[in-house]
Design a protein around this ligand. Sequence first.
Ligand SMILES: [Fe+2]
Ligand SMILES: [Fe+2]
Length: 413
Amino acid sequence: MPLLIRVDELQPGMMLAEPFVYRSRIMLAAGTELAARDIEALQKKFPKATVKIGDPQLDNAVEFEDDSHERQVAQTAQGRIAECMSQVQVRFTQHTTLEGVSVSSIQESVAEVIRYLHDNPTSAALLNSFMNSDNYLSEHAGNVFFLSMMLGSAAQKYVCEERQRQSIARQLEQKVTTSLTPLGLGAMLMDVGMMPLADLFIQERPLTPDDWQALRAHPEAGANMLPDDFSPTAKMIVRTHHENFNGTGYPQGIPGEKLHVFTRIVRIADAFDAATAQRVYREARSSVRVLWDMTVGESRHFYDPVLIRCFARLIQPFPIGAKIRLIDGRYAVVVKYNREFPLAPHVVIAFDKGNRRLPNHALEGPMLLGEDESVRARSFRREDLSFIYEEPDEFVPRSRVGIWPTLFEAAFP
Ligand SMILES: [Fe+2]
Ligand SMILES: [Fe+2]
């Protein structure tokens, strides 16, 4: 399994395990032995990029979890929905309405991808980064669809109970359908009201008050753009996907218990993907930070507490092969995910304080990140990670293995 190495840490002679791809073009082929000039070019053009470097000796000594199935499934689902969304977008730019967009073909595509996900179960939602912000809306639609479907399936029991409770409460249909198709349609099309504002995503200037006002109108505008015969549940998701669980969302400020459970799912998937995406007007935030904020930080009140707990267990913020700087200055490499507490993956200490690879006999682990004081994380990709061990006032003391078990209990009593 290749190591994920930041371009500023590359050294001549390192071997690319996978091609370096930018906007679907192969910039450097797999197997390239990096020369000083390649490294210089990478550092200049892609200062924040991470490349995959082969380390056959480490491969021999350590067993890495193989997540290629998870990545493949995610990529297929994301890619198909993004493609479908960009066709809708093309149609829209030609006609400035959604007239002529075939509802049944969108529904069929969504249902097909849902069947594919059902036939190819995965236990982690690993989003692929295509390093391509050319078409933010379609990529975002693909990601939110995928995350929503993963969360919808993982939380299916809860989803059924909530739908049953709400149906009875509103004296609507007694029969509860467990179909996730309306969820998929809503997740894919939630930001359709942003298509007329697509330019805002590529302008290199901060948003003006008018821009913000237009952005805030996109849920309503999007729902109105959809054809009359479109799934009413999906339309409802589009209209309400920015409503918060604590009633502070927009446009209506509907509180959590009145929000459809599909809306609550899409809200989480959308918030996560939007916060971790890079926009021209602001930097992307790390998955670690965003997951932290959404589960135990200030913004946790925006989300359904049961669903956000399910979601946190699907997201793996530290990829296999990632190098994490420890509190004592050494570096650990992620070798296996932790499905219960994703911020405490299984790691092997493989680099010394000077960032030199330890000989195989001196490797330590596998162990859980944060298992004891000396294997706590200090930073990841230059980001200081001390916040994950902070103990906010309202939380109970942490347990031996990192802080996650107690934080989960405290955040989701
Ligand atoms: Fe939105
Ligand atoms: Fe969005």
